[in-house]
Ligand binder design. Structure first.
Ligand SMILES: *Cc1c(COP(=O)(O)O)cnc(C)c1O
Length: 415
């Protein structure tokens, strides 16, 4: 559409914007098992008001906005406490998991270059590690060495060790990995990195908040955070299980020395000294303030409650899937991510099931190999699983009856 010559009124604008949402997935009702997270209307209201309060403020230069310096420091401290990072831990807020991972990779490349003169760096990571690592290697000129996972979908540290050489600057593990929701053997991976004096990043984008509180709730969680020797950085997305507005993640480092490799400074232009902590120049204050607000609104007790709700819903979903021979659970989830494919008969087209579910208003991620559906179960799904399972049965019936054929679909899109 071309820009109109005279503007619309405030009311016209908002009725048009709300009309645009007509065909969007109804995430407030728990019908999205991906892309959105909700801890309820009261949390959302706090996030949105905080966002509005800081939508014009700019964290590019916090000399002008000491408010945002404080907000960032508070948020990073809460997250490094969750990660048991101690007093040396340091970090920055970023705009999301991808930016946190880009920075971890860039910092590893920089450390390898400065400390060991590496000019052709590589990263050793399991096939399950998030696509953002691939993007980072591509953007910053590192070789990605993907190593097949074990039968239980966890990283295979022995095979990873074989791929490490003198040019390796980073070894990666996830807690949990996105596709099947299991935690990699972080202590073994981190020890491999420590032995060589190189970085080990733990991708806690999904698990950073949830695993912290699941452990507090008494679940057995294998070691994955800064208590593990050799872990140099961890990413934690607040706009996922922190239940805040989009555009908020933290990249945390074991100490300031490790963090120093991610920042950028230049005076090679006519605008004077320019420094930035991350990828962004101008950095919106809205998502930072929303994160601060939601964390302080929920508090420790609130996170215990929403984590328990999400885990309960995930366990209910797992029980529903394992009770259905037409489906096969990919792995018992270590956190709240649930992935499943076709059981018996294996000819059931699981992507056609996703199509049939979407016709009924449920949106799931499709992934592979192997062809699977993926559910990011969160607090919004509490009480919604029985209705979902009923529609899942109806969707499977539709597919079996019509022998319809679905398409794989994608986690992200380029338009
Ligand atoms: C979501 C996610 C990312 C990427 O984060 P974005 O916020 O989508 O940029 C990275 N790793 C894992 C495990 C994730 O779940």
């Amino acid at each position: 559409m071309a820009l109109r010559s005279t503007g619309l009124s405030h009311d016209e604008i908002f009725s048009a914007l709300h009309a645009l949402k007509a065909n969007d997935v109804r995430w407030r009702e728990g019908r999205a098992f991906t892309l959105t997270y909700s801890a309820g209307p009261d949390v959302l209201a706090v996030a949105e008001e905080a966002y509005r309060t800081f939508s014009t403020e700019n964290a590019l230069n916090t000399d002008a906005f000491p408010s945002l310096r404080t907000i960032q420091a508070d948020v990073v401290t809460i997250v490094t406490d969750w990660l048991q990072g101690g007093t040396d831990a340091a970090g920055f807020m970023t705009t999301g998991g991808t930016e946190s991972i880009l920075l971890a990779v860039k910092g590893s490349r920089e450390r390898g270059r400065r400390e060991r003169g590496i000019s052709a760096p590589n990263v050793v990571l399991p096939t399950s590690a998030h696509a953002a690592f691939e993007k980072a290697c591509y953007y910053f000129g590192l070789e990605s060495r993907r190593i097949a996972v074990n039968d239980d979908w966890r990283a295979n540290p022995h095979a990873m060790a074989d791929a490490v050489d003198d040019n390796t600057v980073l070894i990666v593990g996830s807690a949990p990995q996105y596709p099947q929701g299991v935690i990699d053997p972080i202590p073994v991976i981190a020890a491999m990195a420590a032995e060589r004096g190189i970085n080990c990043h733990v991708d806690g984008c999904m698990g950073g908040v949830t695993l912290t509180y699941l452990a507090r709730l008494g679940h057995h969680i294998p070691p994955w955070n800064f208590t593990v020797d050799g872990v140099t950085s961890i990413s934690v997305d607040l706009h996922k299980y922190g239940y805040t507005s989009k555009g908020a993640s933290v990249i945390a480092y074991r100490n300031k020395q490790l963090r120093s490799y991610q920042t950028y400074l230049t005076d090679n232009w006519l605008g004077g000294m320019y420094g930035s902590s991350g990828i962004m120049g101008t950095k919106g204050g809205g998502s930072m303030a929303a994160a601060w607000a939601v964390m302080n609104f929920l508090g420790d007790e609130g996170y215990m409650r929403v984590t328990a709700a999400a885990r309960h819903a995930a366990e209910e979903l797992v029980a529903g899937i394992t009770a259905r021979p037409t489906l096969r659970l990919r792995a018992e989830p270590d956190s709240t991510l649930v992935s499943f494919g076709a059981g018996e008969p294996e000819s059931l087209d699981i992507f056609a099931v996703a199509d049939a579910l979407w016709k009924r208003g449920w949106y799931l991620d499709r992934q592979g190999p192997p062809p699977s559906l993926h559910c990011t179960v969160n607090a919004v799904h509490e009480g919604k699983i029985p209705a979902f399972l009923a529609d899942l049965d109806a969707a499977i019936d539709d597919v079996v009856n019509a022998s319809a054929s679905g398409v794989q679909g994608a986690y992200g899109t380029i338009e």
